[in-house]
Design a protein around this ligand. Structure first.
Ligand SMILES: CCCCCCCCCCCC(=O)SCCNC(=O)CCNC(=O)[C@H](O)C(C)(C)COP(=O)(O)OP(=O)(O)OC[C@H]1O[C@@H](n2cnc3c(N)ncnc32)[C@H](O)[C@@H]1OP(=O)(O)O
Length: 218
């Protein structure tokens, strides 16, 4: 299969995320996401606020209590969430704990994805926890965004695979606390190799570009 994919070929694999974008998320997933969102805010405050020692101690004690409380429950059965809730009613059920796009994972920025024809578009904002050079995003975090973005784009084909090679060209420093947008698409498929390209922008400024080769499973 060497021909490039067109938008319709891609979109048939994108039913969950696009069709369900307006569906309300309630119950346990809504609470997981709310908790993750508050944890993101805590992380941001921890990294920027000049908090007195006594308040840090108090916050750590509170979180220690919370960690013990949450840790007292049995682990979910592996992939329980997918089997039970991967329906168009919950667009993120497949991916809610992803480190990049998972709304139930506090370490995700999160990166928000939409499909536009044959282009996968993303939006995100890096907080201080993702700082590399002063005021700028860490290069490794940018690479992770591209891995997810290009990885997601190729996962929408009929032969998804794993990242083999990811090459990033960092053009200019990527600012923190700034609305960023990115895009990726499958460029071509050759045998088991899926070639993808992507770009990351701050406004009109191209911050970084990526090329990825993904290897479909045998
Ligand atoms: C809706 C749900 C959304 C879900 C959306 C979720 C998106 C998440 C995206 C995250 C993606 C990841 O992070 S994945 C995690 C990071 N990646 C990994 O851990 C992969 C680790 N590496 C591997 O498992 C392996 O090395 C593979 C699978 C990449 C390749 O092994 P293999 O399958 O045995 O390959 P092999 O037969 O030797 O070679 C086949 C052909 O590919 C070439 N090839 C082999 N390795 C590579 C390579 N690394 N980069 C380039 N090309 C390679 C060979 O030269 C050969 O070309 P020729 O001679 O045929 O021309």
């Amino acid at each position: 299969m060497n021909e490039p994919l067109d938008g319709s070929a891609l979109s048939q694999y994108f039913l969950l995320p696009t069709d369900a974008s307006e569906a309300p998320v309630t119950g346990i997933w809504a609470e997981r996401r709310r908790l993750a969102s508050i944890m993101r805010t805590v992380i941001e405050h921890l990294t920027v606020a000049d908090t007195p020692e006594s308040e840090l101690r108090e916050a750590a004690d509170t979180l220690q209590h919370l960690a013990a409380q949450l840790g007292a429950h049995p682990r979910r059965r592996k992939r329980d969430d997918i089997a039970d809730t991967a329906t168009p009613m919950d667009k993120h059920a497949l991916i809610d704990f992803s480190p990049l796009i998972g709304l139930s994972n506090p370490i995700s920025p999160p990166l928000e994805l939409t499909l536009d024809g044959n282009t996968l578009r993303g939006r995100l904002r890096f907080g201080t926890a993702y700082e590399g050079p002063p005021g700028c995003a860490h290069g490794g975090c940018i690479a992770a965004v591209f891995d997810e973005l290009l990885g997601y784009a190729q996962s929408l084909t009929s032969l998804p695979g794993m990242t083999g090679t990811l090459t990033i060209r960092y053009r200019v420093p990527t600012p923190l606390h700034t609305e960023l947008h990115c895009e990726a698409r499958v460029q071509r498929i050759s045998g088991r190799k899926i070639f993808c390209v992507g770009r990351l922008y701050a406004g009109e400024t191209l911050c970084a570009e990526a090329d990825g080769v993904f290897l479909a499973s045998r």
